[in-house]
Design a protein around this ligand. Structure first.
Ligand SMILES: NC(=O)c1ccc[n+]([C@@H]2O[C@H](COP(=O)([O-])OP(=O)(O)OC[C@H]3O[C@@H](n4cnc5c(N)ncnc54)[C@H](O)[C@@H]3O)[C@@H](O)[C@H]2O)c1
Length: 348
């Protein structure tokens, strides 16, 4: 059994593929936590973690859940396995940080939300972009009405892979943007429509275009692709007064505010006057601090575990379950050639 000062939380990481080792590194580096165990069904992934971090590894995650000294687990396995592992972890009395998307069925997601509440354990989802300083800036700007009443939000998330077989590109990538949209707007969409294509491995869609309508009239659009050689992580918010863009890789900074918009209800006599009916202003590139979102997410999770009564507002299980509901509806729309699917949300 590991001994520790009482303010240090013992973390175990389940799933040590591409993303899991980042959690091992982050929780190992923080002063408030230590990684005491890790699990993966693949020996080569366990060996890599043992060699790089000196963390004890096991082949069956249930061996971790039996250990009373483990306070919390991070679930970083393929989405199709999340429900079983998160459920077992909550039942064993552990706090859980589960990677996105929370599950691949909405009913399962809501069951986990209820179970966490019953067990008085924290359940957080790794919607990491909520800890990205550029997205935080955007969120504050939208909340303060900087852009004016919003017209639409557009997101693009493309790259070559990583190709997954248990979920399509929407479940993998748009899960981030759906959470961001709902979080920015503080509301949920009324309907979703999705079209897409399976070019590499039928029937898993490797490109998907989603359209969303929010009750306040804001349109949302998301383009995700595993087939696009250019890696893009970008979001555009267009309002009556300003446009704000976020582009994770943009130089000199990820956020740009365009003080340009269309003048409403114009009166004009000539084409020259018509051309002037857009408001021309400056472009502002605010200073955005450079901080690793994953480390901030890990710190937030540790604080949440120390205060199990405190609601989580970034990676909240309820909002994560709502994202799963939207993705489920998007899958239904994909099967019906892009038909709109109305959304009504279950409460826990
Ligand atoms: N937040 C983000 O930005 C982000 C980025 C990448 C991946 N992810 C999420 O992380 C999760 C994992 O993604 P990945 O890219 O690391 O996938 P991966 O396939 O590279 O790794 C998954 C690992 O889980 C292991 N595994 C599978 N079933 C297991 C089980 N029952 N018990 C223990 N180990 C098991 C596999 O052997 C593999 O090593 C997914 O949910 C994905 O959506 C999130």
């Amino acid at each position: 059994m590991t001994t520790k000062p009482s303010d240090i939380l013992n973390i175990a990481v389940i799933g040590l593929g591409r993303w899991g080792p980042n959690h091992v590194r982050n929780f190992s580096n923080l002063s408030g936590s230590q990684v005491v165990a890790a699990a993966d069904i693949e020996a080569k992934n366990r060996d890599r973690i043992q060699a790089n971090f000196g963390v004890e590894t096991v082949d069956d995650y249930r061996k971790i859940l039996d250990r009373p000294e483990v306070d919390a687990v991070v679930v970083c396995t393929p989405t199709a396995t999340h429900f079983e592992i998160v459920k077992a972890a909550l039942e064993a009395g552990k706090h859980v940080l589960c990677e996105k998307p929370l599950t691949h069925k909405a009913d399962d997601a809501w069951e986990l939300v209820r179970l966490a509440a019953d067990k008085k354990r924290q359940l957080m989802t790794g919607h990491i972009f909520l800890f990205n300083p550029g997205i935080e800036y955007l969120e504050k700007a939208v909340q303060e009405g900087l852009a004016g009443p919003l017209y639409y939000i557009n997101a693009i998330r493309t790259n070559l892979g990583p190709f997954r077989s248990d979920v399509n590109a929407a479940w993998d990538l748009a899960s981030h943007d759906l959470y961001i949209f709902n979080h920015l707007l503080k509301m949920r969409p009324s309907w979703v429509a999705a079209t897409g294509g399976s070019y590499l491995r039928n029937p898993v869609e490797d490109i998907v275009f989603l359209t969303l309508q929010y009750p306040n009239g804001v349109m949302g659009h998301i383009h995700v692709s595993w087939l696009d050689p250019k890696k893009v992580r970008a979001l555009t918010v267009v309002g009556e007064n300003k446009m704000i863009t976020w582009d994770e890789f943009a130089n000199p900074g990820p956020v740009v505010i365009y003080d340009r918009s269309v003048v409403r209800d114009p009166v004009y006599d000539t084409f020259g006057e018509f051309q002037l009916l857009t408001k021309e202003g400056d472009l502002l590139i605010p200073r955005i601090p450079s901080q690793e979102p994953m480390s901030r997410q890990a710190k937030y999770f540790l604080e949440a575990c120390r205060n199990p009564e405190r609601p989580i507002d970034r990676g909240s299980p309820d909002q994560a379950a709502e994202v799963v509901q939207i993705l489920e509806a998007a899958s239904q729309s994909l099967e019906n050639r892009g038909a709109k699917v109305d959304l009504t949300f279950n409460s826990p």
